[in-house]
Design a binder for this molecule. Structure first.
Ligand code: COA
Length: 509
């Protein structure tokens, strides 16, 4: 990792050794104490004695925390100027479409050097999918591949595989989301990669985990269906629905990013990489766990907070679709606001949180509900939710969604306006925080992208445009992999980084 250089600068070798020794000593003491419980007291006495004999140097660069791990002295650099969180981590990004690229873009936002491998002349298929500007990389691609470098390598070319293996040796993480078996067919099995680089973290997204469907190709909505989301989304009297949030693709990419940084952390201790696998079905289910909660609650009676209960409709065997009911313990619903007849987004989500029930009653002109036994307590309200929300809606329809929000916020009543993508794109506060960012692209001009939704206060994120296909091929070959100019010239004619040559025409021969 490139950070090693920096770390060496701020951490003199002698200090490092002292810290290491301290940790080893402590660990050894712990070990012997654990082995011989009777000797525990003696061991701890010894440690105390040793500590008393040799007081810790005043200017210790590294200290041991409660777990006995060493860590450097806190940086004195101003906040945000101590390097990026993942600086020095190099990623061999073999991802495509959405799930994998979401993961690697996040890691790149956090400061990792992300090298995207693309097929010569073709690239990630999303470069040309859903194109809005003729001949230019699509927003589908550009919004998922910011802050990365692109190198073209034909992984089925002999020289191409040689380059890839050289990259394996210099990277910390390999991320891929090919169909099951594709990477093995390239010769990059986990075993081979681990042999080339035992420190490599080998991270994959697949549709399903081991089991009957492990060989299946999977896209977003398949994962939403197989992970329990679709069966629990929509209205009771309608078919299952998929959601707009890409919980299968982007959601799994997020899970994978967590797996990768966790494996990097473990590698600090063990020195070796490991496999990380996120199945899209698992990722969706993880995000749907409240619905599995409700599935189990069904055994003990009806789900009283579902409006279905108040409407007297019996529950079946499985968690039903609940429309816009709240997923939690505070009943809620989506209500019309002023202008709903013409504006499809003139709605507000209204939560009747119990502690502010009195304020809600006053606001909507029903002060008598505060003491009426049919409305005064949460259990009494459950069978009447439909009537309650119809009544609140009579009030919200007299105001626009932002007015409702302003008024309710004054009384701590939790509500949320339905924001259209247009409103989000224009929202100044999201621009100010770097959540929505405008980037300039040499081919397509300015476009909006979503910046880092995770704000690290000592690792600010600078969002950069996505790379052109193969934009950094030569730079990576020479600067990262150390190929000489002569070798690069040879590579150029090998077909490893360029599309296969079309057969020469007869007249040219
Ligand atoms: N050079 C040469 N060949 C390359 C290459 C390169 N740089 N990069 C990829 N390829 C080849 C692969 O080796 C593979 O070839 P093979 O099948 O002959 O071995 C081929 O391109 C395509 O890979 P595949 O993953 O099968 O792509 P696909 O377009 O058919 O399927 C998915 C797309 C998304 C369905 C599939 O990749 C998948 O199920 N991925 C796992 C789940 C996932 O992430 N889904 C969500 C995507 S958002």
């Amino acid at each position: 990792m490139a950070t090693k250089k920096k770390a060496k600068k701020t951490k003199p070798a002698a200090k490092k050794t002292t810290a290491k020794k301290a940790v080893v000593k402590k660990a050894a003491a712990k070990k012997s104490a654990a082995k011989k419980p009777a000797a525990r007291k003696a061991a701890s006495k010894k440690v105390v004695k040793a500590a008393a004999k040799k007081p810790a140097p005043k200017k210790a660069a590294a200290k041991a925390n409660g777990n006995g791990h060493a860590f450097p002295a806190p940086s004195t650099a101003p906040w945000g100027q101590a390097g990026k969180a993942l600086e020095g981590v190099r990623i061999l990004d073999f991802t495509h479409v959405q799930s994998g690229p979401t993961c690697t873009q996040l890691l790149a936002y956090m400061g990792a050097d992300c090298i995207k491998i693309e097929r010569p002349g073709v690239g990630d298929i999303t470069r040309t999918q859903l194109r809005d500007v003729k001949g230019q990389d699509s927003l589908y691609f550009t919004m998922l591949n910011g802050n990365k470098r692109s190198i073209t390598i034909d992984s089925k070319n002999k020289k191409g595989i040689e380059i890839l293996e050289r990259l394996v040796k210099t990277c910390d993480v390999l991320v891929e989301n090919f169909a099951p078996g594709a990477l093995d067919r390239m010769g990059l099995t986990f075993e081979r990669v681990h042999e080339l680089n035992p420190r490599m973290i080998y991270a994959s997204v697949k549709g399903f985990g081991p089991g009957p469907y492990e060989d299946c190709k999977v896209y977003e909505n398949i994962a939403q269906c197989a992970g329990g989301s679709a069966s629990t989304t929509g209205f009771r009297d309608g078919p299952p629905l998929v959601t707009g949030a890409q919980i299968g693709d982007s959601g799994t990419g997020l899970h994978l990013a967590l797996g990768i940084v966790t494996a990097l952390y473990q590698r600090n201790r063990t020195g070796r990489g490991q496999r990380v696998l996120c199945a899209m079905q698992d990722g969706v289910l993880n995000l749907c766990r409240v619905k599995l909660r409700d599935q189990q609650r069904l055994k003990h009676g009806p789900l009283t907070e579902y409006s279905q209960f108040g409407e007297g409709i019996p529950f079946g065997q499985a968690t039903p679709r609940a429309g816009n009911d709240s997923g939690g313990g505070q009943p809620a619903w989506l209500l019309k606001c002023k202008g709903w007849e013409t504006d499809p987004d003139a709605y507000i989500y209204f939560i009747t949180q119990a502690p502010v029930w009195a304020e809600i009653c006053d606001l909507i002109g029903k002060p008598e509900w505060k003491t009426d036994p049919d409305y005064a307590t949460p259990p009494a309200r459950l069978p009447r939710l439909r009537h309650i929300f119809d009544t609140i809606e009579q009030w919200t329809m007299t105001k626009d969604k932002f007015e409702v929000m302003d008024i309710c916020n004054k009384f701590d009543i939790p509500v949320g306006p339905i924001l259209s993508m247009k409103e989000i794109a224009e929202e100044e506060s999201l621009r100010a925080t770097g959540t929505v960012v405008e980037v300039d692209h040499p081919g397509r001009g300015k476009y909006l992208t979503v910046g880092n939704p995770v704000k690290l206060f000592d690792s600010p994120c600078e969002v950069k445009r996505s790379p052109l296909l193969g934009e950094h091929t030569e730079e990576i070959l020479t600067q990262v992999l150390g190929y000489t100019d002569a070798e690069v010239a040879e590579i150029k004619t090998s077909g490893a980084i360029t599309p296969p040559e079309k057969p020469a025409r007869a007249e040219a021969a």
